[in-house]
Design a protein around this ligand. Structure first.
Ligand SMILES: Nc1ccc(Br)nc1
Length: 446
């Protein structure tokens, strides 16, 4: 690079830093326990992930919505023993209202759908990407916030809804390089449990609780599972029968047990044949042990899992036909899923599929003379007006500094504003990859 001496340019040595006032309180510069900052590099990766969430949602004709991160605690007061309830990040606000940081997005969606009532024609197809919270004793050192992508279909009673949702997640996985060899979907239905328990006249109130207990299978000892099921009034016979059904991995086996006329088998067979028509059969399998840990699911449930078995569930969802009516709304069928922003990144790391998302600012503009700072601003504005990204050097810096910054921002072009050129309405354009340098009329600068 031609190292021209720049008029009046010096790396001015600033005065010694001011001492902080005695009252300054050194703050902890880390974010609160369990929460994350997103400095630029992490934010670019997050934006890449969310961009793919949005692209797929829009590909499927879904509309984006959002809700307050703070909701009435009442949205989440369910009595089925869910972990999400135990870890509710709730408090009383200054107006003595019981409020909570949302632990999930579905109750907010239900609230908004009811609020909108008949003004929003069915079917509703909405998606959201929102930060969700839990307050967990830091003993387990787990995160207290994550971002969840949700897609929901309201007003479609058939499993075509669930088939569409699973298709959208498969589409997302394919976009980011994940294949059916990397992940799969375990699919079942809560109607399987319902039909087994109906053989034992188990009270309706025990159903949701039993689902939450069963969801802990594999996480707590089987003896504990059985003990908790007894506590919600399941007989030993019911428990033995239930556990035997839950171990089933084939629809044929399930049909032998429940018969082919019940809703559970019929819906699952319909879903698997729809999967064929969508072209994602290789991604899915029946697995009766899938119940998911949310009390409001009433039918099909599914979860995305990594086939190496190293990671927690990647995403999960299902049908929740009663949620709106439990909030005082009409009896409207619904299904949806949640997809967190953490496990998928762990999976991409595992598979060496993390994308390079570099900072790219094509142009860096700098004046060669302190009196030409205004001219440099004019050049920057000209280029920005043409949609060009510009990093404008805002201080009197030596060229060595400018080249170093140009490399850091992956600039393609260095635009130098020098006195003699500027007097002719010209600037000097240097292509940084080749070193090629030309004088260009500002009006011709693209
Ligand atoms: N529900 C929930 C919220 C926040 C995190 Br981190 N995980 C689960």
């Amino acid at each position: 690079a031609t190292e021209t001496v720049r008029a009046g340019r010096s790396n001015s040595v600033s005065s010694p830093p001011l001492q902080p006032p005695e009252y300054a309180q050194k703050i902890d510069v880390n974010p609160p326990k369990g929460t994350r900052d997103f400095p630029p590099e992490e934010m670019r990766l997050r934006n890449w992930l969310f961009h793919n969430f949005r692209e797929v949602s829009e590909l499927f004709g879904f509309e984006e919505v959002d809700y307050p991160v703070l909701e009435s605690e009442a949205l989440y007061i369910r009595k089925a023993g869910e972990e999400i309830r135990d870890q509710l990040y709730c408090f009383e606000d200054k107006g003595n209202r019981r409020v909570a940081l949302r632990p999930e997005l579905t109750p907010s969606l239900a609230r908004l759908v009811i609020q909108k009532g008949k003004s929003v024609p069915l079917p509703i197809k909405w998606f959201a990407i929102g930060q969700c919270w839990r307050y967990e004793r830091m003993t387990r050192g787990r995160r207290r916030e994550h971002y969840q992508w949700n897609m929901d279909i309201i007003g479609v009673p058939d499993v075509t809804g669930e088939a569409e949702l699973i298709s959208s997640i498969v589409t997302f996985f394919k976009r980011i390089g994940i294949t059916a060899k990397d992940v799969g979907f375990k699919i079942s239905s809560r109607k399987v449990l319902q039909e087994v328990l109906s053989l034992y006249s188990v009270p309706e109130t025990s159903f949701a609780k039993a689902c939450i207990i069963i969801d802990k299978m594999g996480k707590i000892p089987m003896e504990e599972i059985k003990k908790e099921l007894k506590l919600v009034d399941l007989s030993n016979d019911a428990i033995e029968d239930l556990l035997q059904v839950l171990s089933m991995k084939s629809l044929t086996e399930l049909e032998e047990k429940l018969g082919g006329s019940g809703e559970a088998v019929r819906e699952l067979k319909n879903l698997f044949s729809l999967a064929e028509t969508f072209g994602y059969s290789e991604w899915i399998q029946f697995d009766a042990s899938v119940v998911r840990g949310l009390a409001y699911y009433t039918g099909i449930v599914f979860e995305g899992f990594d086939r190496e078995g190293k990671l927690r569930a990647i995403c999960g969802g299902g049908r929740y036909d009663r949620l709106l009516s439990t909030f005082g709304g009409d009896d409207i069928p619904a299904c949806g899923f949640g997809f967190g922003d953490a496990v998928i990144i762990e999976l991409l790391k595992e598979r060496q599929l993390l994308p390079e998302v570099p900072l790219e600012v094509e142009n860096i503009v700098c004046s060669l003379d302190p009196d030409l700072q205004g001219a440099a601003a004019t050049v920057a504005t000209h280029l920005r007006g043409k949609g060009q990204r510009v990093d404008l050097v805002l201080e009197n810096k030596p060229l060595k500094w400018v080249f170093k910054r140009a490399a850091r921002i992956n600039a393609r072009r260095l635009i130098l504003v020098g006195r003699s050129e500027w007097e002719k309405g010209m600037v000097s354009v240097k292509i940084l990859s080749t070193g090629e340098q030309n004088e260009v009329n500002l009006d011709d600068l693209q």
